[in-house]
Design a protein around this ligand. Structure first.
Ligand SMILES: *Cc1c(COP(=O)(O)O)cnc(C)c1O
Length: 354
């Protein structure tokens, strides 16, 4: 049976990308060696890193003056690296969920943190609007897509201070005006590659203004100066990311990814809204196109487990919601085909009929 994988992360990648990675692990381009066995400084690996960095710039139309890095450590490492490198005295954070809160907590180790707004009062089911950003903050930190709660900032932020964004779960799913940010970062395992890697797009001129000493491994400038090879980079995830970005480009780039994401989200949210057995946890414009959260409607709660089982019996897997929301979460990243969403919708309709 064909499986549709709705995991939130690590998550589904295009089949071609998984196969290209598998083949490179066994024998990289007929060399008789695994890509895992090649030096990161080898003649074979260097072009992989170069093309991956160039392709991320190309796909997101990154302006001059920005550098791309692929580092270990995951998105959580940047919760610490961002304030280390950018926070002199005060930073502003928009609290839209678990990941934003974690980022904020780390920043507190480095200076004053202003929570400009929070949606904690309603279990993060919306994005706060109309708040004041202190103009003396070193930056405003936002989480563009809230993977757990299923909310998303659909437009790039206008802010009087530089914006820094955690784009772990919606990178490459839509065009981004990179010039509005001094740093964009995320973990690779949602929409870019497998786990074990993070990506960074950083504006070089925004660095170097903090007074503290920064350990080399946590200093973005050191990584830039070394071409993302200060130490051994995660070579295999970089290769997977490259294959995935080639796929995104072939499919029509981030504008096409956005069109598909909208189409998937439209179909799924319409069914959730129309089907009396289910209810969305997020309403209106803040709904994520990537992570679609829903629960059983009142009166049907006890059927939750049987719906997960029923869906799995039809190949629709990993739809269990995060423990802090409950219910279901259908993560629809770039690789999710429309048929996957159609099958989930079919499951919802047939389950309601039963
Ligand atoms: C998954 C996720 C993280 C955490 O990523 P790690 O790579 O595990 O550190 C941070 N932010 C967002 C928005 C995420 O979705």
């Amino acid at each position: 049976m064909k499986k549709y994988n709705f995991n939130a992360g690590p998550s589904m990648l295009p089949r071609e990308v998984v196969e290209a990675t598998a083949s490179a692990v066994l024998d990289y381009e007929g060399m008789g060696l695994s890509l895992m066995e090649l030096s990161h400084r080898s003649a074979e690996f260097k072009p992989i890193l170069d093309e991956a960095r160039a392709l991320l710039k190309e796909l997101l139309d990154v302006p001059a003056g920005y550098e791309v890095l692929f580092l270990g450590g995951g998105a959580s490492m940047h919760f610490c690296m961002v304030p280390y490198n950018f926070l002199n005295r005060k930073a502003a954070y928009l609290n839209t969920g678990t990941w934003a809160s974690k980022a904020m907590k780390e920043a507190g180790l480095f200076g004053e943190v202003v929570e400009v707004a929070s949606s904690a009062d309603r279990n993060f089911c919306y994005i706060p609007k109309d708040f004041n950003i202190p103009t003396d903050a070193d930056y405003l930190h936002v989480t563009s897509n809230n993977t757990i709660y299923g909310t998303q900032l659909h437009a790039d932020f206008d802010s009087p201070v530089p914006v820094i964004a955690d784009m772990s779960s919606d990178i490459l799913s839509r065009p981004v005006d990179v010039s509005k940010y001094s740093c964009i970062y995320g973990g690779a395992q949602k929409n870019l590659a497998q786990s074990g890697m993070s990506f960074v797009i950083v504006k070089e001129s925004a660095l170097g203004s903090v007074e503290r000493a920064i350990p080399s491994i946590l200093d973005y400038r050191v990584h830039i100066a070394n071409g993302s090879m200060f130490n051994t980079p995660p070579t295999l995830p970089i290769y997977t990311a490259l294959c995935n970005m080639r796929w995104v480009k072939e499919q029509g780039g981030v504008a096409e990814m956005e069109r598909r994401a909208l189409q998937r989200a439209e179909i799924l949210y319409s069914e959730i809204d129309a089907n009396p057995m289910f209810r969305a946890t997020v309403n209106g414009e803040d709904r994520s196109y990537m992570n679609i959260d829903f629960v059983m409607a009142p009166g049907y709660e006890e059927l939750e487990k049987s719906f997960v089982e029923y869906a799995a019996s039809r190949g629709v897997v990993a739809i269990t919601g995060h423990r802090s929301v409950g219910g279901f979460r259908a993560s629809c990243y770039n690789a999710m085909p429309l048929e996957g969403v159609a099958e989930l919708v079919g499951c919802m309709r047939d389950f309601a009929k039963k």
